[in-house]
Design a protein around this ligand. Sequence first.
Ligand code: SAH
Length: 213
Amino acid sequence: MERKIDYSIARRRMVQEQLAARDITDRRILEAFMEVPRHLFLDEAIGARAYDDCSFPIGYSQTISQPYIQALMLQYLSINPQDRVLEIGTGSGYLTAILSLLSKEVFSVERMGALSRNAEEVLSRISTGRIRLKTGDGSNGWEFYAPFDRIIVSAAMAEGPDMLLAQLKDEGMMIAPVVSDNEHLILFRKRAGAVASERLSRCAFVPLLKGVE
Ligand code: SAH
């Protein structure tokens, strides 16, 4: 029998104390974090700690980021409800679920087949917006569905993100942790074919790796 524990109090505290009490002011983002059951994307033994102010292992040496960092990246990206979003690094699928509530459709690429399949299974159990997942090397983006209004990268890129920027629409924005930029979050904006980049806060992410597993 499936254990049904109500984590909505833990979830509300997470939203109030870790997001709203800091600098997350976008109501749609706060509502999305209130809606998605983060604990389902983590090991059951983690329980209510899924809503703690920290990252957690999701298996295969990968981690789900701290909720605040995820919310901050989303706030910088200012996603519109009609946007098509490309996500690199599906991981647990938690951010994919959040993204789907903020946009029209999410296309998410993960290099580890086992993580992608697990994310698909969890996502099928909750109500989300439109989501397409695939196993692949996200450094190449997802050409078939390009161009995208927004791109979010959840693993630290060592090299220039030219391949991904090529799949960004004009007036589009992309956020990525970039190692060569001293591991800072970088916000890229495309305007009239030219790309401007802005260095945001420092961050620590698992590395973007080559190939699929
Ligand atoms: N946002 C995710 C956490 C992602 S951790 C969540 O909410 O759970 C970063 C993920 O990027 C890991 O799952 C890792 O396997 C994946 N990754 C690393 N390199 C990649 C690549 N080249 N293409 C696609 N995914 C990659």
